[in-house]
Design a protein around this ligand. Structure first.
Ligand code: PLP
Length: 468
């Protein structure tokens, strides 16, 4: 493709994208295809000769579009959102065009310097103390893995990268039983092992980590010859929004000399609203590492995960490696690839710059506040609906409910709703039972979309129960 043809198609694709978003409500939210339906329509062998782009685009529309689940659909109430506000999509087009590798300051000074400023904008927006620096990663999973590796290195005097773990006592990491599976995986990959990730019970209305249990576990482990290294707290857990008492967790960690990481992947975005910080965010600046995903609820195109670090040197001492081919002559500059696991890095800061400037923090807060209000509204409607019971009350914009019947019936209801296609919901687990999660967070969702979700749930629930 020549660049003049690129310009023609670029314009057509922007028009297509705008129309797609304007007409999204016409699509079923979750793809209605069966496994294998799409693959069998794709040529199994690569073409030897160039194809016309018109033909490629037609296949995209006819073959692939029916197999897409529409994450930007205003009636997407499943998982957590992965928003892509229009200015952040435009930023990504520019990023794709520039296609810069932003691994070192020298390989794109503007990307590095914008990243530093954007991390600081978000630090201020989230009410985190001055003095934190940070880095934009691809995912909360990667930020958590970086933090767990830092816990490991710090606890072993920064020797285990060299010696391996065999030379050390078994490392222990602590968290509640409500953390995301990315914490388990980080411990697997860091060589710490599932058995050394100690999951403690939660209590209270926020389902917070029991800090007395934390103290007891750390003391018992020290006595038994383990090496306690870190605590991972959560604000806004995936199943029901569990949120730890950050001040209390940080205080125990300080007494016990443990490194602290906070996973606020979803709920972190809501902390741009000062009123939502109450009961969730006090003590946050006592953490060593904090991750949140602007690509979830804030509106930044995926992927964009911000990790704030109180003392970046600890993570740098864990991850930095400087072969000759990566050295540069500038001194005192930030080379962000030394802060993260992958070397290659996309220019992720641009979409934050475009997003925050286009809406202003007030514009973004308005959306989040609406989502929380509407989540409470539909929660009350579901509470008053025969055959449905609220299981966990709204945490910000997430709550869970059940229909009458056993776990299999919950799954039947979820599947029937998603087969219907007007809305999309997913299930979670709470106290050993299946629950149906409902979160409001899609960027373009309206109150009408949320109210319609109640009608759909009520209608499908009652037709399922009539069928027995
Ligand atoms: C609380 C929480 N932490 C971590 C993650 C993982 O996020 P990522 O996909 O950015 O790794 C999720 C994903 O939804 C999450 O809900």
């Amino acid at each position: 493709m020549q660049w003049d043809e690129f310009a023609l198609w670029g314009k057509k694709i922007v028009d297509w994208s705008s129309a797609y978003h304007r007409n999204l409500r016409r699509w079923p939210v979750r793809a209605q295809t069966l496994p294998g339906d799409i693959a069998k329509k794709i040529q199994p062998i690569p073409p030897e000769n160039a194809e016309d782009f018109q033909h490629i685009m037609e296949d995209f529309e006819s073959i692939l579009m029916p197999g897409m689940t529409h994450w930007q659909h205003p009636r997407f109430f499943a998982y957590f959102p992965a928003n892509a506000a229009p200015p952040s999509v435009l930023a990504e087009m520019l990023v794709s065009t520039l296609a810069a590798q932003c691994m070192l300051w020298q390989t794109s000074p503007a990307a590095t310097e914008l990243e530093q400023v954007m991390v600081d904008w978000l630090r201020q927006a989230l009410g985190i103390d001055d003095g934190f620096a940070g880095v934009i990663q691809d995912s909360a999973s990667a930020a958590t893995l970086s933090a767990v590796l830092t816990m490991r290195e710090r606890a072993t005097g920064f020797t285990s990268n060299r010696t391996g773990l065999g030379a050390h006592k078994a490392i222990r990491i602590y968290c509640s039983d409500q953390v995301h599976s990315s914490i388990d995986r980080a411990c697997w990959i860091a060589g710490i092992g599932q058995d050394n990730l100690i999951k403690l019970p939660t209590h209270g209305p926020r389902h917070a980590l029991d800090v007395d249990a934390l103290k007891t576990a750390v003391a018992a482990d020290r006595k038994s010859g383990y090496l306690p290294a870190g605590v991972i707290a959560v604000t806004g857990g995936t199943s029901v929004g569990a949120s730890d008492d950050l001040g209390a967790v940080a205080a125990v960690a300080r007494e016990e000399n443990l490194y602290t990481h906070l996973d606020a992947a979803w709920a972190g975005s809501a902390m741009i609203c000062p009123e939502f910080r109450v009961g969730f965010w006090e003590g946050v600046s006592g953490f060593d590492s904090i991750v949140f995903n602007p690509h979830k609820w804030l509106g930044a195109q995926f992927d964009c995960s911000v990790q704030f670090l109180r003392e970046p040197k600890l993570q740098l001492d864990t991850l930095r490696i400087q072969p000759e081919y990566l050295t540069t002559s500038q001194e005192g500059v930030t080379n962000f690839s030394e802060w993260t696991i992958p070397l290659g890095r996309r220019f992720r800061a641009l979409k934050l710059w475009f997003l925050i400037r286009s809406y202003g923090l007030e514009g973004l807060r308005l959306r989040l506040r609406n989502h929380v209000t509407w989540a409470h509204e539909i929660c009350d409607l579901i509470r008053d609906t025969p055959g449905l019971t609220i299981v966990t009350e709204p945490v910000l914009s997430l709550f869970s409910f059940r229909c009458d019947g056993d776990d299999a019936q919950q799954q039947r209801l979820v599947d029937a709703i998603n087969d219907d296609g007007r809305i999309y919901l997913t299930q979670g687990a709470w106290q050993g039972c299946k629950v149906i999660r409902f979160q409001v967070g899609q960027f373009d969702t309206t109150r009408e979309d949320v109210l319609m979700a109640h009608q759909v749930i009520e209608e499908i629930c009652s037709s399922l129960s009539q069928r027995g």
